[in-house]
Design a binder for this molecule. Structure first.
Ligand code: GLU
Ligand code: ZN
Length: 316
């Protein structure tokens, strides 16, 4: 099976140095393995997504030389590559999860959910949805429908106990207890799919073999694995790249100087220099060189040599 990886930015802002760092590791993995690099735009957050950000992201990736084989502007066999054009597909998968009993409608109001969370907190438990609507009878369901309540679709997390193990290529096996996962929302009451459903349907239907992405998504990974299992599909391999810190070891942000690629570009930095520096944040070439051409990085790149601790981005 040939390697297929993706970079899936949300067009809610300019490309940040941390995004490029993960995109680069994905791209290097694809190029090293002679695989395909897919560019997907995750724009289901309609309020925050903007066409100008999407255009800027494509432009910066091109300038950096991180070329893609399939994507929004290029098309490909598994398109469309923009989530807002794939809503029909998410609806089909949501229906399938509903039909097979892996999902159910939840009519709880915001106030009810908050009350459930408060009750859990008071009892010294983690704040979570209590599964109330799992047990709604058909009559109760109909009554709420008639009252005009628009439900959300929730995933029914198996109450079998046990763990979900994420076999992370960078971090090793990570266990998540099923008991800690509540029935998460798949589709909002307005019919818009949430991240975990959309990303899983996309990675599945785009035949992604390796998901190389930011560490911040690790906590969602057990939920996504549950969706694969419910669909009777094998999940891809995961690798979560550690985040970048500033020299003061806090999360890299504007305070640490230029953070978006366009700023570095404006200051005259060369793309090869940016890629060389970013590649060395978390990855060490076997020979320990510090100055490498992009083809040389591709040749030597290996996820097995990527560190699981955060790297410090120091503009100096
Ligand atoms: N759209 C997500 C982000 O920009 C990426 C999700 C993923 O890689 O799974 O953070
Ligand atoms: Zn409910």
């Amino acid at each position: 099976m040939s390697v297929r990886v993706r970079f899936a930015p949300s067009p809610t802002g300019y490309l940040h140095i941390g995004n490029v760092h993960t995109a680069l590791f994905s791209w290097l993995f694809a190029r090293h393995n002679g695989g395909r690099f897919v560019l997907r735009i995750e724009d289901t957050d309609v309020d925050r997504s903007e066409a100008r950000y999407e255009a800027a992201i494509l432009d910066e990736l091109r300038w950096l030389g991180l070329d893609w084989d399939e994507g929004v502007d290029k098309g490909g066999p598994y398109g469309p590559y923009r989530q807002s054009e794939r809503l029909e597909l998410y609806a089909q998968y949501a229906q399938r999860l509903l039909d097979t009993g892996h999902a159910y409608w939840c009519y709880c109001t915001r106030e009810e959910i908050e009350a459930q969370r408060d009750a859990a907190l008071r009892a010294g438990r983690a704040p979570r949805y209590n599964g109330h609507c799992r047990r709604l009878s058909e009559a109760e369901r109909r009554r709420r429908e008639q009252a005009g309540i628009k439900p959300v679709l929730r995933f029914r997390v198996p109450d079998t106990g046990g763990d979900i193990v994420v076999e992370d290529l960078i971090r090793g096996p990570i266990r998540f207890s099923l008991a800690d996962l509540d029935d998460f929302v798949l589709v909002r009451s307005n019919g818009v799919p949430l991240y975990n459903l959309a990303v899983t349907v996309d990675d599945l239907t785009m035949r992604i073999t390796h998901i190389i992405r930011a560490e911040e998504h690790l906590s969602n990974t057990p939920r996504q694995i549950l969706i694969y299992q419910a669909l009777g599909e094998a999940p891809p391999v995961f690798a979560h790249v550690s985040m970048l810190l500033g020299p003061d070891r806090t999360k890299l942000s504007k305070r640490h100087g230029a953070a978006s690629i366009s700023e570095f570009r404006g200051q005259g930095y060369l793309p090869e220099a940016i890629l060389n520096y970013l590649a060395l944040l978390g990855w060490t070439p076997p020979g320990g060189q510090e100055i490498l051409s992009v083809p040389e990085i591709i040749r030597q790149f290996d996820l097995g040599r990527v560190s699981h601790s955060p790297a410090v981005f120091d503009v100096n």
